[in-house]
Design a protein around this ligand. Structure first.
Ligand SMILES: *[C@@H]1O[C@H](CO)[C@@H](O)[C@H](O)[C@H]1NC(C)=O
Ligand SMILES: *[C@@H]1O[C@H](CO)[C@@H](O)[C@H](O)[C@H]1NC(C)=O
Ligand SMILES: *[C@@H]1O[C@H](CO)[C@@H](O)[C@H](O)[C@H]1NC(C)=O
Length: 275
């Protein structure tokens, strides 16, 4: 131990020899040609790995279809969502600033349903599925916002928020190829003893069959989902308290009572209007 410490030169020179040994021409224990071979080996090795990865990726992408998802649920069941996008709708009806964002949201959401925009779309047969499996460019059935009457934002530009009887739009999420059997409609109920009066647009809250099936984003551009507007006919006794409203799709084979998924075929939100 002490011996070595006395000869630091020798230790250093053996280190130097290890890095580069001028006598044998070795660099870190190997000759240049040996290093070149190792380098070449790894180059080929990783090149092959990258090649195999790209090849499998390419083969897999070939099996995918641009138009429909490859994997999806065996039974396609849509979720329900509401507009305005809020699970807690609360405002003082005498203070416009408090409901402005709901009104703005509804107004911008309904732009794509403008009558002028929708007039470019097809007038479809009421009550019939609009099958167009063979068509290259799928057509879209008209859904004009004027169908939503008092909830269209046309005559009443505040969607009932100023009068304290707000509208909420209910829509089903898009599911490619979905053809609901029966006559799906939206039924909303207030979770309390006494029922709450509501108005539905279009009549009876129906989703017409003509809006199904949907063929996917790429095949079916400009597709618009059918909507159901629900106007909550709140009265003086309903103000200043929180109401829980549940809307469900009924009258069809669409599921609305899944234990685990609270949004499958139904949606729950709270409303609190003050004056
Ligand atoms: C929709 O209609 C409203 C008024 O009816 C208009 O202000 C708005 O610009 C229209 N939007 C589109 C996208 O056509
Ligand atoms: C809506 O749901 C309520 C509660 O489940 C039920 O009593 C009522 O009959 C339903 N209305 C319609 C039109 O199905
Ligand atoms: C709602 O606004 C009005 C007018 O500003 C006010 O008098 C009333 O107290 C407000 N209601 C609540 C519950 O805050």
């Amino acid at each position: 131990m002490s011996n070595k410490e006395e000869k630091p030169d020798e230790k250093q020179s053996s280190w130097k020899d290890f890095i580069y040994n001028p006598r044998t021409g070795e660099f870190i224990g190997r000759t240049a040609s040996s290093w070149a071979l190792i380098f070449l080996f790894y180059l080929v090795f990783y090149g092959c790995l990258a090649g195999m990865f790209s090849l499998t990726m390419w083969v897999m992408l070939q099996t995918l279809d641009d138009y429909t998802p490859k994997y999806r649920d065996r039974v396609a069941n849509p979720g329900l969502v509401i507009r305005p996008k809020s699970m807690d709708i609360g405002f003082n009806r005498t203070i416009p600033q408090q409901y402005d964002r709901y009104v703005k949201h509804l107004e911008s959401f309904l732009q794509q349903y403008n009558d002028t925009v929708q007039e470019k779309n097809e007038l479809c047969m009421v009550g019939e599925y609009f099958n167009q499996d063979d068509a290259a460019e799928k057509k879209v059935c008209q859904f004009k916002r004027s169908l939503l009457r008092q909830c269209s934002g046309l005559a009443d530009t505040t969607f009932g928020y100023a009068e304290g009887q707000p509208c909420v739009l209910v829509k089903m999420n898009r599911v490619i190829g979905l053809k609901p059997r029966g006559d799906p409609y939206i039924n909303c109920t207030a979770k309390r003893e006494t029922p709450l009066q509501m108005q539905y647009f279009p009549a009876e809250g129906r989703f017409d069959k003509m809006y199904f099936p949907y063929y996917g984003k790429k095949a079916h551009p400009n597709y618009v989902q059918p909507l159901v507007a629900v106007k909550l006919l709140l009265t003086k006794q309903d103000y200043n308290s929180e109401l829980t409203i549940e809307c469900k799709v009924e009258g069809s084979d669409l599921r609305n009572n899944d234990e685990r998924d609270k949004f499958l075929g139904r949606v729950t939100f709270r409303v609190n209007v003050s004056e």
